[in-house]
Every structure is written in C-alpha cells, then in structure tokens.
Ligand binder design. Structure first.
Ligand code: FES
Length: 266
C-alpha cells in the first residue's frame, strides 16, 4: 500500500537507505584495510565514514518510522517483519556508535574490538536491508498499487461522530470497484463502491493481515495483495483462500449525497 512518507508518490525511506548502507560498509572496509596495511589515512577515512553513516541512518529512519506506524498493516505478518527490520537496523547503528565512542578519535588506529563491533554491525545492516527488500517485494509496503479503474490512492483520517453515523465520503466520490481507506476510532476500514452501492469492511485480511485497501477490487470482490485471498465485499464472505474466515463488515448508508458509516457501539 502507498507510503505515508513519500514525495510525489515515491517512498522516501528506500530512497535514503543506500547512503547509510554505503557509508557504513565503507567505514568497516577502510578501517579493516587501514589496519591490515597500516595506512593511517585509510582508517581515518573509515572513522569519518562511520560517523556520516550513523547520521545518514538516523535521517533515513525518520520516514521509516512514519511508514512503520502509518503504512504497515497492524496485526499482520508484515508488521512483525517490519519490527525485526527496525530493531536489527537500530542495533547496527548502535554498534557503530559504540565503536566510534571506544575509538574516541578518528586518527586512532581501530583496535580489534572496534573492528568486531563494526563487522557485526555490517552483518546486521545487511540482514536489515534484506528484510526491507522483503517488506517491499512481498508485503508491498510503499507500493502504490493501481489496477484498472482503481483511481488514485484515497485515504481519510476522521474522528467518529458520537452516537450517530459518520460522514466518510460524497456519494459521487468513488466509481464502481474503487476503494477508500478510512482511519476512524483506531480502526482501518475500507469503504468501497459496488454495483449495488457502498459497502464497508475491515482493512485486514483474515489470513495474515494484509491490507485489503492495497488489493484489487473487481465485480464487488476484493483480492488481498499478499497471497490472493478473495472476499465478497458486501458480506465479507470468503470467495477464495488461503483465508478461511470472513472479513468483518460495517453498515453504510447514503443520504443527501453523503455516505455514512456506522461503527458498532461497545
Ligand atoms: S494475508 Fe495472505 S491472503 Fe491476505
């Protein structure tokens, strides 16, 4: 699903990641080569690359945090993977920071402890990068998935109106088989238009938690982007697995050109 930290539709986090990756790898390799070849200018370069790499990693982490909290579907296998990705990369940055602190000065030769810490940091940053790739390629985090007639990505954050249905769209806002993701009262709900009118259902595939708003809707049936489960949008019933449990649906009404959503009380 589309990234919340993007510029002109392009996710920012993956665009920044090559910088800390290159700097931290460079830091380790220059330190190691400088130590082996006894070349002070090489390990001094390594020290500064490490410092720049730490700063670049922290900058790249900011859009990553935004996507972690706002884009990755909650209670999903993708969220677990994203949590590991975050912890592993933060661990790598921490190790490089400790290595820098131990060293204290860029001109000081990196001792074995510094090299070991940086080496472990490189292993972690490589594993974290691998997980990040899986998050994009398999979990489609940051992918602006558009199928025929889907229209632009449509998302709304709204507070529920107490004791009454909440207005979530204009009647003419969506075409048939288009969807809109609504964040309301801590829940993610998909509003969709079918041939028979508007419907609403939970934005969580019952298989492993994929975002249905990031899927494809055709003929009133939505298909999960992760493993292809299909659900009938009006009833939430499973049309095709691997999911076995229906998705939750919510009552929707149309009145005076407005679409209203009613959240269950209690
Ligand atoms: S998460 Fe597996 S089909 Fe939706």
């Amino acid at each position: 699903m589309r990234s919340k930290a993007s510029f002109r539709g392009h996710p920012i986090h993956p665009a920044l990641i090559p910088f800390p990756f290159a700097f931290l790898y460079g830091a380790f390799l220059f330190d190691l080569a400088g130590r082996v070849a006894e070349r002070p200018s090489w390990w001094t370069t390594g020290a500064y690359l490490g410092l720049v790499g730490i700063v670049a990693a922290l900058i790249a982490a900011v859009p990553g945090f935004i996507d972690y909290f706002n884009t990755v579907p909650p209670k999903s296998s993708g969220k677990k993977r994203a949590t590991k990705h975050m912890l592993v990369n933060l661990g790598a940055v921490f190790l490089f920071a400790v290595a820098w602190a131990i060293r204290g000065n860029a001109e000081v030769v990196p001792d074995s402890t510094v090299l070991v810490l940086e080496g472990i940091g490189i292993v972690l940053v490589t594993a974290g990068g691998w997980m990040g790739g899986v998050l994009v390629n398999r979990n489609q985090i940051g992918v602006d998935h558009r199928y025929a007639r889907a229209g632009k990505w449509n998302e709304l954050r709204i507070r529920p109106q107490t004791g009454q249905p909440t207005v979530v769209a204009r009647s003419d806002e969506l075409q048939v088989d288009q969807m809109k993701l609504i964040h309301i009262d801590g829940q993610r709900i998909v509003l969709a238009r079918t041939e028979g009118g508007y419907v609403a259902f939970e934005d969580r595939c019952t298989h492993r938690g994929g975002s249905l708003a990031g899927g494809v809707m055709i003929g009133g049936v939505v298909q999960c982007p992760w493993h292809g489960s299909q659900f009938e949008c009006r009833t939430g019933g499973v049309k095709a697995g691997p999911a076995e449990t229906p998705v939750r649906t919510y009552p929707v009404s149309e009145e005076s050109g407005q679409v209203k959503l009613r959240l269950p009380t209690g």
